[in-house]
Structure formats: C-alpha cells, structure tokens
Write a protein that binds this ligand. Sequence first.
Ligand code: FUL
Length: 503
Amino acid sequence: MLLFVRVFFFLAVVNTTAIYAQKTQNYVVINASDNGQDIIAKAANITPSPRQLRWQQLELTAFLHFGMNTFTNQEWGDGKEDTKLFNPTNLDATQWVRTCKEAGIKQVIVTAKHHDGFCLWPSKYTEHSVKNSPWKNGQGDVVKEVADACHQQGIGFGIYLSPWDRNNPDYGDTEKYNAYFMNQLTELLSNYGKVDEVWFDGANGTGPNGKKPAYHFEAWYSLIRSLQPGAVIAIMGPDVRWVGTESGYGRQSEWSVVPLDEQSNTGTEQNSQKDISFAPKGDMTGDDLGSRDKIAKAKELVWYPAETDVSIRPGWFYHEAEDTKVKSPEKLMDIYYSSVGRNSVLLLNIPPDKRGLINEQDQKNLKEWKNIIDNTFKTNLVKDTKIISANGINPRALLNGNVNNYWTTKNQDTTATIQMNLAKPQTFDVLLLQENIAIGQRIEKFNLEYFDGKNWELITEGTTVGAKRLIRFKAITAQRVRLKIISSRSNPALIAMGLYKQP
Ligand code: FUL
C-alpha cells in the first residue's frame, strides 16, 4: 500500500518538475522530428539552474536528525509521545554547526518535523512541539538555534519537514492537512532567515485516523519559490533527486541529465530503509538513468542531479547502543569517493545525542575523516606540469583551481588527449576530474594511461565525470601520463584535473 502512494506522489512530482524547470535551461522537450544527434546535442546543453549549481558545488552537506525519537530511542515515532519527554540537558546548536563546518560540511538540514509530527519550533498550529516540553520551560526553538548558528558561521541552512504526520488529527483530510502543512512551511520559510534547501521525504503512511491525504505539491513548491527562491527542493521535489539508496554509494555512471518521462518511483520506498545496490532499470533506483540508450527514448530531459544520503550511524536518530557503531574515518572516506567522487552531493547524517550535542565518537571520526581528505588532496602532483593537448584550448585552466575558467576542445571535437609530462617521476593512486557543469555534463568515456618507457599502459577508465569524478587505483609511478577523452556528447569542458597520493 505504501508503494502505491509513493508512485502516485512521484507522478505528481514529475509533472510539477517540468513546470518548475521550464523557465531555465535545465529542461528541454524532445520533438518527434529530433533525430539521435539532435537528442544528444540537446542533452549536452542542458545546464543546472543557479540554485542547483550552488547546491552541487557544496559537495558535502549534513543532516541533523534530532527530535522526539532521540528521547524515546525510536526511529519512527507514532505521534502519541508525551511532549514532556523532549528535554535535552545541554543543547548547543553552535556545536553542531561548528563540528560540521570543521569537517568540511557546507550546509546542514535539521529535521524540523519528523514523521511523529513533533515540531522543533514553537509552531502556532499545533500543541505537539517544543513549546510544551520542559526544555527551556517551553520557550526554546531548536530551528532558530540551528538557523542562527548556520548564518553566524557562514554555512547553508536547510529544513526537513516530513509530509507524513502521525500526530496531526487532520492528516487524512486533504484540504485541512495541506492548509496545516502550508502554514508550517510559511512559518519555517519566513521566520528563520535564508533557507537553502527544503527536503521532502518519500516515506508515507496513514495518520491517526487511518487515512492519507493527497499532497498539494504544486502549492508547496510555489510557496517555497516565492518565500525562499534560492532554496533547492529535494527528493519529493524538482531540483534534487534521491540517488536511490541510503548506503552512501552512488552510481559508477551518474548523469545529472535524465529523461523526465522515464522516472517512476517504483522501488524507492521499498529500498529507502535498506543498504542495497541498485534495483532493476526503469525507476530512479536503476543503475542507468541517463545513458544514450535511455535518453534516445525520452520525451523530455531535465537537469535532476543526485544527492546521496547516509547516516554516520546505523540509525538516523541517536541511540546510545550505537555509540560503538559510528562509521570509521576509512568507511566515511570510501563513502566520499563513492558519492562526491561520483557526481553527487553527500548528505551525511550526524544525529545529536540526548544532551543535545554531537557525540564525542562522531566528532572524533569526523575529524579524522577530514584529515584524510585534506592530506589526500593537499598536493596535486601534476600542478606544475607541462600539458600538451593538441586540439585543446586553455590547458592552464585544468590546474589553476579557478572554477570560472575551463579547458575545452577546438571546433566540434568530442575526443581529446591531454598529456602531462612531469618534471620527475611521481607516485599517485587517485585521479580527479571536474567538468564545467555550468555549461552541461558531456563526457561519456575516458581513460588514464602512463608511459612505462616502451608503451602506453592503462591505469584506469571511467564513464561519466560531471561535477566531480574521483577514481582510486593501485599506486603507479610514472613521469608521462595522459588522459584520453574517448567519447563526449559535445565539446568536453574541464575545470580541474589532478593526480594525488593517498596517505
Ligand atoms: C526516510 C525516513 O523514513 C527516515 O526516518 C529518515 O528521515 C530518512 C532520511 O528518510 O525516508
């Protein structure tokens, strides 16, 4: 039954995605007269909206799952919990944001309301909130504390507002519940300064009266666009797509341009609580969403990039029993390569504990993870290298760290070889590539080779690049290395290239 509703919701999202995307270059219609070449050209020139581009460049974002479940030791509360149970002894949102910021995280999303309906802000529209808790004698506002900390510390701020509400008595009544939801959205989008992301979950069940309402997605989206035009709307929304698993591992081939009409959320709900690999093709959890084969049959194409969400702990909420199960720095690093390094934004959940603090164990692992990232990427071993690319324009752009200029090819060339002659042999085991997605995602196939004195030997190969591609391989020592772009949908355009050695 849940699955049916999820599919229904998704169809609503798909329709409205087209409407909301149309005004920018992030959406295109395929005409019946378009041939294969025309479709590829259209796909290659779809670009992210400014809000999507800003979001993609964040790379690392965090979820803060905190609420009634933190105190009842649950993952999904039923909405009948006594508000008196919510009582953090030492809540410090500046510590949450500082911990995230120190780990390199650029935006955080707080669970303003989870499925149990308990609100972390004193909403005027319900009694089921912090205002009836002992915390700060009912005078506190967690959303405000997080928003203020983000704005003060200069990182993005986002809200998670669960459409599914197991407490609200009107949940089964479409008109009444949508009015309630719009009121809550209005409070959150009006009273807390700039909001950068609004995250709508797919999980959906019945409310206290055993019924479900229809969600008025279009009305929600226009409210968000009018009150917070810079905010991306994620998951059950038009700007950011769920990668399709909660494992932290994205696809090897991740296209940000996908057919709009191919999207059906079959499988999304079934898979949303599991550590799974991708389900069969034909839904947004498939392993190929945007290849030539996929887009050849499309009626509409849209820029709809992937977000990879995963928790640092087994659960989304804090549970003391999981203090020994916090993901290790090495596991987090593996997730980094498989999310940020696969053209996706990582949304890493770091749940504050009952005191209202990010736990010491999580802090420690985050710090060590950040050290590994910094040590890996501190020296680009090809930084001062002579670059030869016969049909290339602006090769220095590959190494100058400036995202506003880029290397590309002359004429209509869709293939290229970029050769790097290093001053002396270097040992490396990571390749970094970044496309200039501001003008589209184009590269379909590439490889990396080194000269062993006699022949050019393959080091590694890949398909998509997108915003960032990272590939690890067995360490190689070489002085001459070349990147070959074997196939691209239009002129390939790169803003960065690097070779690194893992510590
Ligand atoms: C899921 C929810 O049901 C989980 O509790 C969590 O919030 C996760 C991010 O999304 O669908």
